[in-house]
Design a protein around this ligand. Sequence first.
Ligand code: PLP
Length: 467
Amino acid sequence: MAAKPVDPWNTCLNTTLEEEDKEVFAIVENEKLRQWSGLELIASENFTSQAVIEANGTPLTNKYSEGLPGARYYGGNEFIDELENLCRKRALAAFGLNPEQWGVNVQPYSGSTANFAALTALIQPQDRLMGLDLPSGGHLTHGYQTNKKKISSSSIYFQSMPYQVDPATGYIDYKRLEENAALYRPKLLICGASAYPREWDYATMRRIADQHGAYLMCDMAHISGLIAGKEAISPFDFCDVVTTTTHKTLRGPRAGLIFFRRDKGDDLENRVNQAVFPSCQGGPHNNTIAAIAVALKQAASPEFQQYAKQVRANASKLADALVGYGYKLASGGTENHLILWDLKPQKLTGSKVERICDMVHITINKNSIAGDKSAVTPGGVRLGTNALTSRSMKEDDMVKVAEFLHRTVQIATKVQEQAGSKLMKDFVAHCDGNEEIAQLKKEVVEFARSYPMPGFDATKIKSTVTI
Ligand code: PLP
């Protein structure tokens, strides 16, 4: 049969992004330029591979597939079923799990929705949970609330009492956690964090959970790449449910996973699957599931183990170099990919150092340090080496990165003195025309651009801005 013509109102359906939407295209290209030209030290980010980006941008986005493989609410899912089964198989393989003991749901849209679905599966509304306090490095979704407000849905729909790190050591105070759990009698204990540079004592957490017949869940979002790469202790030997994002050290697309024990005897499999759909979500994002599958294949490779090892070696070197400049790190150093840098001895806030770093194309984030007086002006910053390691940087490069960071602190100190006030607006006003900032930016950009760029060809960027 002869091919039919395209309706005039449908011609936009087969044009490239560049042809179709110059504004969005320019934003994407400018963002590529920014990523290539800077030092990405945000501990929760990474540069995913070209294959992952390609899978994420496929027509799989067109398909509805509510339900699970073999039991969908829509027709036409034969290939989507194959994809989701492949992704589930790869997820178990990447973490060395026996399919008779563990199952996984690969549909969560993100880490936060994975966590809320896991809570929905494990406990009842208003049941009690304990997670690491946000100012101690925990995530919002682990029950965060303040004196004035229940911030996260995990504290709005459940009762929450946090545990904390000992501000003197920076390590989790397991003794106090055990004492408080004895009084609070939680139904769920959550381990895992967004800003904790040390290993977890899962055996102790399991023992405390068992004292109260509580479930133990680990949110391994930050360290899942290190666990897959065998560079961190596996929580699977201790926990009932394990959640993760897929886009941090694991280096996949933005999404979440929920692993559940199949051999525990209280139907966690059905409870988790139903909590994801229909309780918390609708149709899965199949393009994302394809990209997760690709990332998991990569994460199971020997090369990924080398990557994970280098991430830790880089973090350790960066920590040593900062300590060498006389800086204070929470807990004194790191055992994983991240560093919590306490800037209070320098009389600077995390926000000011973050601001100078932004101006010189070093991307970091302000972070509270245990013992900070105010959560609004955190006393430190968080650094992670996962993204720079994806750009093939090694220990020697971390020495240079530490020197750049040291210079940002020196600049911030001078600017704060010149501003003569602690206010951010005065600080920013005094950065205008600062020659040291301009010089440092030039050096950082030149340094960053000399390293390979994962995911896309940096020589073909069509940006509309200059950096
Ligand atoms: N869990 C932890 C430990 C995290 O650090 C984060 C995000 O940083 C999340 C969950 C939430 O992930 P998402 O932003 O994908 O919702």
